[in-house]
Design a protein around this ligand. Structure first.
Ligand code: ATP
Length: 199
């Protein structure tokens, strides 16, 4: 899997639209302090569905919307699109390229899209599950993250290993099946109570 392009507009320090083309191999982003390097990594995790403002170095989610600068007024919408190569069919969608978009309006309204078609956050999370890009995965190693992994609780470390092994989606399916089983058991109990009363 290869991240081919990142389109950012109105996200953090990027008031204007920027497009970053990434090619196979190593890409390095260099720039002076405060120029927005970490904001690019934040844009990637945000687009992948990050829900915790603190993980994006903000207090509220609205803080990701460009708040204005000396040269430019604040904007009302943050938008990030990640375009991923799917020629190896790592994602279970029949497209050569997968473009995932997240938008957030100042009103608090948010939108997610896969290849320009609106979808739910759940669909984005399901798409990335077990690819190494899933929530809490190891694809973005921020400052201090290595220490954090080494000192994390065994259950947290297990989640990282499970994502790498590609078994997270099976665990989710098992949990869903157990929930359905328990609700079917409750229904059965109700039915047998009614039968008992009638008999
Ligand atoms: P360093 O090398 O010091 O880690 P960096 O290049 O990683 O710096 P970032 O942390 O990505 O820099 O960017 C910080 C800049 O982003 C700050 O100047 C901050 O004012 C700006 N910024 C963050 N959020 C917003 C926002 N919502 N609107 C406008 N600017 C923002």
């Amino acid at each position: 899997m290869c991240l081919k392009r990142i389109d950012i507009q109105g996200f953090k320090s990027f008031g204007d639209r920027i497009k970053l083309e990434l090619h196979p191999g190593l890409s390095v982003i260099v720039g002076p302090n405060g120029s927005g390097k970490s904001n690019i990594a934040d844009a990637i995790s945000w687009c992948l569905g990050e829900q915790r403002a603190s993980s994006l170095r903000g207090a509220r989610m609205e803080d990701v919307i460009f708040a204005g600068s000396d040269k430019r007024k604040a904007v009302g919408l943050a938008e990030v699109t990640l375009t991923l190569d799917n020629s190896a069919k790592l994602f279970s969608l029949p497209y050569e390229e997968i473009a995932v978009t997240r938008r957030l309006y100042r009103s608090g309204e948010s939108e997610y899209l896969i290849n320009k078609v609106p979808c739910r956050l759940k669909d984005i999370q399901a798409l990335f599950m077990d690819t190494g890009l899933g929530r809490g995965a190891y694809s973005i190693i921020g400052q201090g993250k290595v220490d954090e992994i080494l000192s994390s609780r065994p259950e947290e470390r297990r989640h990282i290993i499970e994502e790498a092994a590609g078994i997270v989606k099976f665990r989710h399916r098992k949990e869903e099946a157990l929930r359905k089983l328990s609700s079917a058991e409750q229904d059965l109990n109700r039915v047998s109570d009614i039968i008992h009363e009638l008999g």
